[in-house]
Every structure is written in C-alpha cells, then in structure tokens.
Design a protein around this ligand. Structure first.
Ligand code: HEM
Length: 358
C-alpha cells in the first residue's frame, strides 16, 4: 500500500492518508498477476503510461457495459458510436492492445526459456495447451481467459476489502475484536514492528482459526456483495419455485445487494453490521449459498471463493495488526458507483494510524 503523504494529527498521531480503493486494487492485481502470468506488468509497479491506460480502460469498460442494463438506447449509441458505447469501444481497443502484447511477450519468453518454472503460471499453461489445438485456442480465446480471471478475481476481492475497511471504521469495536483475534491466533506481540516475521506467521492453521474475521468478511459481503446484480437467460420455458412462468429467452435477474438486506431473509436486524450472526460458540456457521448469494449458488458458484477469503484474510490481518483505520472525513457520505462490480464512489479515504504509536 502506498500512502501518498504523511501528516501529524492534532493528537500527535501519525496519520497516513490512503485512497484505499485504488491502492488495494493495485495490490490485488499484483497478486493476481502471479496466477495469470509471471511477466512483470509494468503498470502495476511503475505506472507506465500503457499500464495506466489499461487500468483506466478496464474500469471504463466495466462502467459502460453496466449501462447496457439500464439504457434503452445503447444499441443506437453503439451503431452511431457515441456516448457510453463509443467509450466502451475505445476501452476494448486499449484492453485488447495490452493483453495481446502480454500474450505475444509470454509466447516469446516460453520459446526462449526451457526452464519449467517459467511455465508455472496460468497463461503459460494455457499457451502450452494451445499448441495442441491452435485453431480453437487462438489469441482471442487466451485474451478472454485473461480478462475473465481479472474481472472475476481482481475487482471483486479488492472492492470487498475496501467495503470491509469502511465497515470497520463505522464499527470500531469490531475492528478491535479482530485485532485481538489476530494477536491471540498469531501470538504476536502487539507492539512488534517486524512486518516480515508477522506475515510469515500467517500460516494455514492461523487462517483457519480466524473465525471472527471470517464472520466479519462474510457480513461485509452480505451487505456489499461484489457482484450486486446477477443475471441468467432461460434456455427453455420454465416455472420458478414460486410458480412464476418464464419463457425461453427471458432474462432473469437477482439482486444480491437487495437480498442481503431483506429482513425476511436475514431478520429484523438485516441492515445492521453484526459479524456475531455468523458465529455459534465462536465458530463460523456457513449459510446456504442460496441465502448468502454473494458468491452465486448452484453449479456455477464462484470457483475462487476459498481463494478470495484467504487473500482477504491475509491482507486484512497484515493491515489491522499494524494500523488502526478511521475515516479521513466521518461526515463524508460513502456511496457506491454504478458498475458491474460494487465499488465505492470516489474511493475510500482513510487515516491509517500505526498501532505501535498508540
Ligand atoms: C470477494 C470475492 C469474490 C466474489 C464476491 C465473487 C463472486 C462471484 C460470483 C457472484 C460469481 C458468479 C458470476 C456469474 O456466473 O454470473 C463468480 C464466478 C466466478 N468467480 Fe468469483 N468472486 C470472488 C472472487 C473470485 C476470485 C479471487 C476468483 C479467482 C481467482 C474467482 C473466480 C471465479 C470464476 C472462475 C467464476 C466463474 C465460475 C463459473 O462460471 O463456473 N472469483 N464469482
């Protein structure tokens, strides 16, 4: 995480102002890239012009695509190449250019390098596989795989971490309970400044023991599901469980954002942030995915669910052990941005106060 500048607050605390939505996404891509390709994506470390354009194009593409859900004129705009659909076309061109370059570079790297470690990441594996069926597994196919992984794994986890920090600022007691759980589970001294040693102490066992953190993350995802609306198209005429008839070709939407807040699903306190609702005697109690719909349910349930929890747990443990977070401006109205994934409008502005100084 890269704080932009530091300052001292009136109480003598050192505050690191952070624009979290942005920085956590940068973090997210960094870890994501290891799965997609081992090549250094310059945009992430050095903010190359090309990389920045890619990130902007990726987000703009997300916004303009989501407008198709609500804009009855989108086809006309696409035909005339104006407004949101002209922006989408430009974004797609930028994204394609970047991803195709990545594939070409990786292919050259693989041809040169016989070292099998280079073939360890997902893109390399798909490239090796594509040699068996180059017609079907062409560059367009590989591009779609890369982008699917990015949209599935990057935006979702990063946005969820932002909402999670927001919830912790609004619920400081929950924040302190998690910090206590981290100390209990890792047996780390509360005043340690050894970041590397601390992060190394987060092993499988420690992650499994973080039951309260797991509950707080689930509670965040219930109220702020990273995929707020999901849709399916009926392949055949069908009847839904409540008797409603759908015709072949009908689009059916469910709104996870609303479902997470419905009192007849979650009880009268549905609007409240209560990690305790997920716990029995301190142990996390999973809910049916058809009730806790944030990862979707059924045969096409999110494949990265466990991975996402692990990532979010590791990052939040490292952050919360060393920093106390509070809103940079308590009065600021935090709202969401209309995109396919649920982001905080304008990012989340926080103060991170080192715990060693409190
Ligand atoms: C908080 C984090 C995450 C949330 C809330 C989330 C949510 C979802 C949802 C709602 C779907 C269903 C989308 C649809 O079919 O319309 C989905 C699918 C999927 N997710 Fe995630 N996801 C998260 C993280 C991840 C990560 C980190 C990965 C991979 C590294 C991942 C990989 C996938 C894949 C591959 C699918 C498609 C599964 C299929 O269609 O069979 N997700 N996710």
């Amino acid at each position: 995480m890269g704080p932009t500048r530091s300052s001292s607050s009136s109480r003598g605390e050192i505050c690191l102002p952070l624009q979290v939505d942005f920085t956590t996404e940068k973090f997210e891509i960094r870890s994501q890239k290891r799965k997609v390709t081992t090549e250094e994506l310059k945009c992430l470390d050095e903010f190359s012009k090309e990389g920045e354009e890619f990130m902007e194009g990726f987000d703009e593409g997300n916004v303009s695509t989501s407008l198709r859900f609500i804009d009855p004129l989108w086809k006309l705009k696409r035909f005339l190449n104006i407004g949101s659909q002209a922006r989408l076309k430009k974004s797609i061109d930028t994204i394609d250019k970047f991803v195709y370059r990545l594939i070409t570079t990786k292919r050259k790297e693989l041809a040169k390098e016989q070292n099998t470690a280079v073939r360890d990441d997902i893109l390399s594996r798909f490239l090796v596989e594509s040699e068996k069926d180059p017609e079907k597994m062409n560059d367009k196919y590989l591009r779609d795989i890369i982008l699917s992984f990015m949209i599935a794994g990057k935006d979702t986890t990063a946005a969820s971490l932002s909402w999670f920090l927001y919830m912790l600022c609004k619920n400081p007691l929950v924040q302190e309970k998690i910090v206590q759980e981290i100390r209990d589970v890792t047996s780390s001294h509360e005043r340690t400044t050894d970041v590397t040693g601390f992060v190394e102490s987060i092993d499988e066992e420690a992650l499994d023991q973080m039951q309260y953190l797991h509950a707080a993350l689930s509670e965040t995802l219930r109220l702020y599901p990273a995929v707020p609306v999901d849709t399916r198209c009926a392949e055949n005429d069908d009847v839904l469980p409540d008797g409603y008839r759908v015709k072949r070709g009908d689009n059916v939407y469910y709104i996870s954002y609303a479902m997470g807040r419905m009192s007849y699903i979650w009880g009268q306190d549905a609007e409240e942030f209560k990690p305790e609702r997920w716990l029995k005697d301190g142990v996390f109690q999973p809910e049916s995915p058809f009730k806790f719909i944030s990862f979707h349910a059924g045969p096409r349930i999110c494949l990265g669910k466990d991975f996402a929890y692990r990532q979010m747990k590791i990052v939040s443990m490292a952050l919360l052990h060393f920093f106390r977070f509070k809103m940079a401006d308590e009065k600021r109205n935090v709202s969401y941005k209309r995109m396919l994934t649920l982001h905080i409008e304008g990012g989340l502005h926080l103060h991170a106060i080192p715990r060693t100084s409190t």
